[in-house]
Design a protein around this ligand. Structure first.
Ligand SMILES: [Zn+2]
Length: 70
């Protein structure tokens, strides 16, 4: 893993290791994983295929910790 001293805002990709490291273990949003997923259904909401886009982002607790220690 790379140095984490730069903080998260310079990273464009989600790093699951970093996320887990910063995550609050009892967080109610990410359950300690540090990652939150948001499903976006574009267009037709009736279709339930796997084409929907899933946006993955750091949880708010990760951002908070990264700010504190990063
Ligand atoms: Zn969280």
């Amino acid at each position: 893993m790379k140095e984490k001293e730069k903080g998260l805002r310079y990273q464009h990709e989600i790093d699951f290791d970093v996320a887990e490291m910063y995550a609050k273990s009892n967080c109610k949003h990410c359950y300690g994983r540090g990652i939150v997923q948001m499903d976006h259904n574009f267009g037709d909401p009736i279709r339930k295929d796997r084409q929907k886009a899933t946006k993955v982002d750091y949880c708010q607790c990760v951002h908070k910790m990264a700010k504190k220690y990063g």
